[in-house]
Design a protein around this ligand. Sequence first.
Ligand SMILES: CC(=O)SCCNC(=O)CCNC(=O)[C@H](O)C(C)(C)COP(=O)(O)OP(=O)(O)OC[C@H]1O[C@@H](n2cnc3c(N)ncnc32)[C@H](O)[C@@H]1OP(=O)(O)O
Ligand SMILES: O=C([O-])CC(=O)C(=O)O
Length: 376
Amino acid sequence: MTSTPEIHRGLAGVYADTTEVSTVIQETNSLTYRGYAVQDLAAHHSFEAVSYLLWHGELPDEKQLAAFEAAERALRPLNRTESELLARLPETCHPMDVLRTAVSLFGAEDPREDDNGEEANLAKSLSLFAKLPTVVAAHQRRRRGLDPIAPDPRLGYAENFFHMCFGEVPDEEVVRCFEISLTLYAEHSFNASTFTARVITSTLSDLYSAVTGAIGALKGPLHGGANEAVMDMLDEVRDPADAARWLDQALAEKRKIMGFGHRVYKNGDSRVPIMQGALDRLVAQSDNPEAPRLDKLHAALREAMFERKQIHPNLDYPAGLAYHLMGFDTPVFTPIFVMSRVTGWTAHIIEQLSHNSLIRPLASYDGVAQREVPKG
Ligand SMILES: CC(=O)SCCNC(=O)CCNC(=O)[C@H](O)C(C)(C)COP(=O)(O)OP(=O)(O)OC[C@H]1O[C@@H](n2cnc3c(N)ncnc32)[C@H](O)[C@@H]1OP(=O)(O)O
Ligand SMILES: O=C([O-])CC(=O)C(=O)O
């Protein structure tokens, strides 16, 4: 008789490979990108500089950053085929479907699609980084029956995204809060979408295919889709006075409370204090009449969840409300996560190729024993 192998369902606790890109340090509950604490990066560097760091391993000097920014700004516009094809998708489809289709289309158009050399993959990564906000913004406007706004090369990455979505750039505090969220969302080791990208890459498929698959993995509400689900939950509960009663019922129904819990962090997500601080500043200066109620409800659910389950919020909890207060439609929240995480995904794709081994685990069979096929 063969012994039953040890099963790690969900690969919980399994080390699948090494990485130099980022790490969660359990003892201090902190996260580093290429060795730098993420809160220090968020406080002192632009999202563009953080993206450069993830791809190149070091922060850029002034000249490198200027060249990087100029290249990003030049790559933002979509060509006519891209704009027309994406505008043919149903207006009602989820914007994650638009992004998934867009990345697949960019791959089909790129003559270097199958060139897996580092230089080619860095060029593709920068191109995705520059173009995805243009796709997301055009869809945000289309949902409201509005024509797209062309990117403005005079504006930085975050400012330009607001300009393309709303035709104006908001107060500095709002842009800062958005940039902080992008830096915090950029990278998180072997999370489900990054691992998906690495699995696809491990077959020696192309970067666009890996990113398309990663978008599909991020869409799910147990992963990136949770930032949208947080807002749906706040819309469902509405009244801060109902938070505890609503939560008791949801827990009794064995519902997962969106924006809470984490596979790796069991004592709180290291990114939450930074994002919550940015959200507090956003609420304080918001002219949205709903901001005080939403803030109270957000805090009431967080406190009730901790009292009942001792489970902490993850990054999606403050980010979801922050994106709402910035004026984005709820279905655009996870696409914003993609705009940021495409940096981490592509850094991992390049790393996977640098020491590739096909990712192919085993399954312990527990189906019916071998049997005779009925004849005739
Ligand atoms: C950016 C990101 O992707 S962060 C994650 C975003 N996802 C979410 O916010 C979705 C809600 N959260 C969850 O579903 C989970 O916490 C996950 C999927 C993120 C992590 O799950 P796991 O590591 O598998 O933890 P697991 O599901 O085993 O949770 C352990 C216990 O805590 C409970 N638990 C964990 N999170 C939650 C939650 N959000 N709501 C209710 N109960 C929860 C589980 O029911 C389980 O209880 P049990 O032992 O009584 O069965
Ligand atoms: O690490 C994870 O499992 C999920 C997460 O927080 C992320 O991808 O940012």
